[in-house]
Design a protein around this ligand. Structure first.
Ligand code: SAM
Length: 442
């Protein structure tokens, strides 16, 4: 209880002028509308790409681009552990001479530092399974009770959570960070009969007074006055109480903006093996130390950064920042002493209410520790390319290929995705699935 009071106090302090009811656990990386400027540029790109005088120049280039994307996506299926060397993909300008060169999506062109698992295992599901899942999920998502889940999950991560929960079929689902209950609802759609345990400082029922929220009948809430942080729960007795004998059959989902290194250690202690982190922030961004940040290491292909202002990376980043709202340039990325890891050399925790400067050595050790417990690491791809979703927030240059590639409008439309407003596609932050275990010495 004392812990609950403390959590609520820290959250209140962050709320500022906004209403406390509306701003609990707000996460600015989520479903905000694109800025006027980016919408203008996007519209310009779309208009420009079909104007007749440019077609002669644009079409051959576009053809090269489409072939490159097709070849690359065939050689890099979603189900694999992917490594993308910096600049291994050409930066294909969308159109020459329009001042907007280098802004094409170019998925992965700035490197995607994916964590290495112990034995190089891959997830069982394939790109085909994801597409089939999307087809089933669209009508489910249309029935969501909280239509405007600003500061909570949007479409991409809702789909990812639903897909993985359905695939893994756990005996129990734990959710840390409920907000108004949207993710609880998603878990319930995936597994209609399975018990949920939800931990959140503010009970979702509190939001019902002001508008749509979701409270689940088959869920044990450690919320409001009963809130206990995930790391302080006596999981042995909670699991026993719920008749769960095997902790490895539990799925733990975290959307609580806590240091993910801390959460992985706590989950391992409890014997949980299947973990999903909603906000797997990229290096230089976000309010907590994430798996993506931990694995961004110079010894990993696609990882590590140069703080040299004249480097290719610096030039590309500067350009991309003008278009993709969440892109970071070298100034955003690098702190004192050229510290680029975490966020400018800091390991953030608890909505950035606390942070700690860490050395490069410590960061490397953290990476080694994660690798030593990882059986699987899989980042959910974005649902579709930005020409389809019109999202302008996350930079595709730091992401794996989308499930539906740019240009496949027919498929996007057939799946019913055109029915959703752009804002639901703006919250992608590389949701990640981990399977972990403590290594036994044989
Ligand atoms: C981004 S919101 C969660 C959004 C929700 N999963 C959804 O999709 O709608 C983060 C939530 O974490 C809660 N939170 C803060 N500290 C927490 C902690 N230590 N443990 C669990 N939840 C916490 C916040 O109160 C807030 O409700």
């Amino acid at each position: 209880m004392a812990s609950a009071a403390m959590q609520e106090t820290t959250l209140s302090a962050r709320r500022g002028a906004l209403s406390s009811e509306d701003d609990d656990g707000r996460d600015d990386s989520k479903t905000k509308k694109p800025s006027r400027l980016t919408m203008d540029i996007l519209a310009h790109l779309r208009r420009f790409s079909i104007s007749a005088p440019c077609l002669a120049v644009a079409l051959p280039l576009l053809l090269v681009f489409i072939i490159a994307v097709a070849v690359l996506s065939r050689s890099r299926p979603h189900a694999e552990i992917l490594v993308t060397p910096l600049d291994s993909l050409p930066l294909v300008p969308l159109l020459p001479g329009n001042g907007l060169e280098g802004l094409a999506p170019n998925f992965g062109s700035l490197g995607v530092p994916l964590c290495r698992s112990k034995h190089g295992k891959m997830v069982e599901w394939t790109s085909k399974d994801l597409l089939k899942g999307l087809e089933e999920f669209v009508p489910v998502y249309e029935t969501r009770p909280i239509k405007n889940n600003i500061y909570g999950m949007g479409f991409d991560h809702s789909f990812g959570l639903w897909f993985m929960a359905r695939w893994l079929k756990p005996d129990l689902m734990i959710e840390s960070g409920a907000f108004k209950g949207h993710s609880t609802w998603v878990l319930r759609q995936a597994m209609p009969e399975t018990r949920i345990i939800s931990l959140s400082p503010r009970h979702p029922e509190k939001y019902l007074r002001k508008g749509p929220a979701y409270v689940d009948a088959n869920c044990t809430y450690f919320a409001g006055k009963d809130f206990v942080d995930f790391g302080s729960v006596d999981w042995v007795s909670v699991l026993k109480k719920h008749g769960v004998a095997d902790p490895s059959r539990v799925l733990a989902f975290f959307d609580d903006h806590q240091n993910e290194l801390k959460r992985v250690k706590q989950a391992l202690k409890a014997g949980f093996r299947n973990l999903i982190f909603e906000d797997n922030y990229d290096t230089g961004t976000g309010d907590h130390y994430s798996l993506r940040q931990i694995c961004d290491q110079t010894y990993i292909t696609g990882g590590g950064h140069s703080c040299f202002k004249d480097s290719d990376e610096a030039k590309i980043r500067l350009k991309r920042k003008k278009f993709w709202k969440k892109a970071v340039d070298i100034d955003d990325l690098c702190g004192a002493g050229e510290a680029w890891w975490g966020v400018k050399g800091y390991m953030r925790d608890n909505f950035n209410h606390s942070n700690k400067q860490i050395s490069d050595d410590e960061h490397v050790q953290n990476g080694r520790f994660i690798e030593s417990v990882l059986d699987l690491y899989w980042e959910l791809p974005p649902v579709a390319g930005p020409s389809l979703t019109h999202q302008t927030r996350y930079d595709p240059a730091r992401s794996t290929d989308p499930i539906i590639e740019d240009g496949k409008f027919g498929l996007f439309q057939r799946l019913g995705l055109t029915r959703f407003e752009t804002a639901v596609f703006n919250g992608y932050t590389q949701m990640v699935f981990l399977r972990v275990s403590v290594s036994t010495i044989s």
